[in-house]
Design a protein around this ligand. Structure first.
Ligand SMILES: [Zn+2]
Length: 151
């Protein structure tokens, strides 16, 4: 079971640049190019980051958000299978049916129906329009474009 991390991931106390700095300065780069988080880890081996306030967040998700895109409603997965890695180039947003369902249950218009999104891509609807239509982040649209062979 993965705890959905779709709520309150916006660290208001720190700017995007400050978060990027924090991730870089708390990681060592290994020989595979992984940014290995050397601060707190959770029981599953994922790095944990505090960005103001008392709550800690999964470091790789925060890294993804700070360097790439808002992963709300998606799992942030490691291409390198290294849970403490925060290198945004080693991360991608993946779908997880439970996670998507959870986002949908929270009232987002983000339930992605594969045939619907395929239909929109077929008629060449713009990326931004698809994001709006499904209420998902840009990374989600990119994921489906790739998944359905439109990249
Ligand atoms: Zn890595």
């Amino acid at each position: 079971m993965t705890t959905p991390q779709t709520k309150s991931e916006t660290p208001v106390q720190m700017t995007r640049e400050q978060i990027q700095d924090k991730i870089i300065s708390n990681s060592f780069v290994n020989e595979r190019g992984c940014w290995e988080w050397f601060r707190a880890k959770n029981s599953r081996g994922y790095g944990q980051i505090c960005i103001g306030g008392t709550r800690s967040y999964l470091a790789h998700r925060i890294s993804f958000k700070a360097f790439k895109d808002d992963p709300s409603g998606f799992l942030v997965c490691h291409k390198c299978d290294n849970p403490i890695c925060c290198n945004p180039d080693h991360l991608f947003a993946g779908t997880d049916s439970e996670n998507l369902q959870d986002a949908y249950n929270k009232g987002r218009k983000g339930k992605i129906n594969k045939s619907e999104i395929a239909g929109m891509l077929k008629v060449n609807r713009p990326h931004k329009e698809i994001m709006r239509e499904f209420g998902v982040a840009s990374s989600a649209v990119s994921y489906w474009k790739k998944e359905l062979g439109y990249v």
